[in-house]
Design a protein around this ligand. Structure first.
Ligand SMILES: [Zn+2]
Length: 118
């Protein structure tokens, strides 16, 4: 079962909780407000989560078997985040890239202006 990091939009409390993947979005803060998952926060699989191997065509029974399988097939486990989370993260990165591009243009403009005006 994965450990998720949550943040409360009401009282700004952050806390960790072990939750089933299917129930990860149903977390309620102690103040009664639905909490949101912190993107890029703690998402650690501390307890074995059943893993289905497409290569072997069967479920793997324990953590050692899973780790050996991942290693043998050069696979990396990624945190379980929903597609909405990935889209949010992509949008955040895009915004930063836009800011950087704007800043670059600004600097180039200033340099040109200085060149022209000695
Ligand atoms: Zn709260």
């Amino acid at each position: 079962m994965p450990l998720y990091e949550y943040e409360c939009p009401n009282c700004n409390t952050t806390f960790d909780a072990f939750r089933l993947v299917a129930e990860r979005r149903n977390e309620i803060c102690s103040c009664g407000t639905p909490a949101t998952i912190v993107i890029g926060g703690n998402v650690a699989v501390h307890i074995f989560t059943p893993y289905y191997s497409k290569a072997l065509g069967r479920w793997l029974g324990n953590r050692q078997e899973k780790e050996a399988h991942l290693k043998a097939n050069h696979l990396v486990e990624v945190p379980d985040v929903g597609i909405e989370d990935l889209e949010k993260e992509a949008a955040r990165i895009k915004k930063q890239e836009d800011k950087i591009a704007y800043k670059k243009e600004e600097v180039e403009f200033c340099n040109k202006w200085q060149d022209m005006n000695g």
